[in-house]
Design a binder for this molecule. Structure first.
Ligand SMILES: [Fe+2]
Length: 392
């Protein structure tokens, strides 16, 4: 049987609907029909307890009954493949055999490129918008106030940011990367080119840590303590070395006294950024120690809302997909921030480093203009979820 011979229409789920289901539907069951190697490398992940099963497409062709028998009875199955063709076919086959099934429109590639935009805070002084790419665990932010906008850690697909800024009727005045990222391609340089707004990064991150070659992109260097105005709001750049040498946190303060800290890969909600992605894990670990235990407490208070650039799983966010937590709550839940001596911290860090994805060296090259991948190469480099946090 071929796809064209099937006649039963099955529901197609879009990436946005998949995200809603991942956040809210504990009954979701995913059948991934790609090759086991692709499944191992990257799959749809959700909250703890999400059930998924990998039965490659060809196993249904070889032994249809055997493959179907492995699926839960009487439960809807969402079929996922690379681009959509084989998942649609398998979903139709399951429907014909009396199983409830749907397929993911555009396949896992559409999930990988799905962006979710939601406001985090809206007050009379301005708005803070979270722009997440949930399949990768990437989070970025747009700050808007009194007709001005800035972006922090923009991801590769820049149209989302331009649309938010345009819809707000604002002018983009600055683009910041907390650091030169290793896991994803920054949208910062492209946004700067498209809008004329300056792109800021710390000078230490403008040298590739492994190649030791300087950046070939246009950038403006950030200084520790540098202050920017965004309408009614104040943004202060604060050096937080460790994950990279030039990692910066940004503290946003509003006239009502509220404060927010964009931590990039400095600290996450359940962990912090690994110090080894520049190939200098042992040397940079003491810097990270100083940043977490000495620098950070100087510029946060209990109510400061911590807003990191990554999450490792959806459970780090709230029910509404908001990846933010007050500092006081973070101290209770983030084991990475528990009191430790430098020696204990070093053992903790070096004993919990996940695998080093080889493409991270190349992504850093791309982010400072030492390499220019085409769209397909960029997709390939960014495949899968970030591995920027310490294991936990
Ligand atoms: Fe990073």
């Amino acid at each position: 049987m071929t796809i064209t011979e099937t006649t039963i229409a099955v529901p197609a789920l879009q990436a946005a609907e998949l995200y809603e289901r991942l956040l809210h539907d504990p009954t979701l069951f995913i059948l991934d029909v790609r090759n086991p190697d692709d499944f191992r490398r990257w799959r749809v992940e959700g909250r703890a307890g999400l059930e998924s099963l990998n039965i490659p497409y060809y196993e249904f062709l070889e032994d249809e009954d055997g493959a179907i028998a492995r699926l839960p009875r009487g439960r809807e199955v969402l079929v996922v493949c690379a681009k959509e063709g084989s998942s649609q076919y398998i979903a139709e086959l399951l429907q014909q055999r009396g199983n409830k099934a749907a397929y993911l429109q555009g396949g896992i590639m559409s999930w990988g490129n799905y962006y979710h935009v939601r406001p985090i805070v809206t007050t009379a002084d301005g708005q803070l918008v979270q722009v997440a790419r949930p399949a990768r665990g990437d989070v970025s932010f747009v700050i808007i106030s009194a007709g001005q906008a800035t972006i922090i850690d923009p991801l590769r697909h820049t149209s989302h940011y331009l649309e938010i800024v345009r819809e707000a009727g604002a002018t983009l005045t600055a683009i910041f990367d907390t650091h030169v990222h290793a896991d994803h391609i920054s949208g910062g340089p492209a946004l700067a080119q498209a809008t004329g707004a300056p792109y800021y990064v710390h000078a230490y991150d403008a040298i590739h840590p492994i190649d030791m070659l300087p950046a070939r992109i246009a950038y403006t260097t950030l200084e520790d303590g540098q202050v920017f105005r965004i309408g009614q709001l104040t943004l202060t750049a604060l050096w937080f070395p460790g994950h990279t040498l030039g990692q910066m946190n940004f503290r946003l303060t509003a006239p009502d006294g509220a404060s927010y800290l964009f931590t990039g890969d400095g600290i996450f909600l359940r962990s912090f950024g690994r110090p080894d992605l520049g190939g200098k894990g042992e040397t940079w670990t003491p810097l990270l120690y100083e940043s977490i235990y000495q620098r950070l407490p100087r510029y946060v208070d209990d109510t400061t809302l911590i807003l990191p650039a990554h999450f490792s799983d959806l459970d780090e966010g709230g029910a509404d997909g908001r990846f933010a937590m007050p500092y006081s709550a973070l101290l209770q839940t983030n084991d990475g921030l528990a009191p430790r001596t430098l020696a204990q911290f070093t053992t903790y860090v070096l004993g919990n480093l996940p695998v080093f994805p080889p493409q991270y060296v190349e992504i850093k090259r791309v982010n400072i203009g030492l390499a220019t991948p085409d769209e397909a190469q960029a997709d390939e480099l960014e495949l899968g979820k970030n591995i920027c946090a310490l294991s936990h």
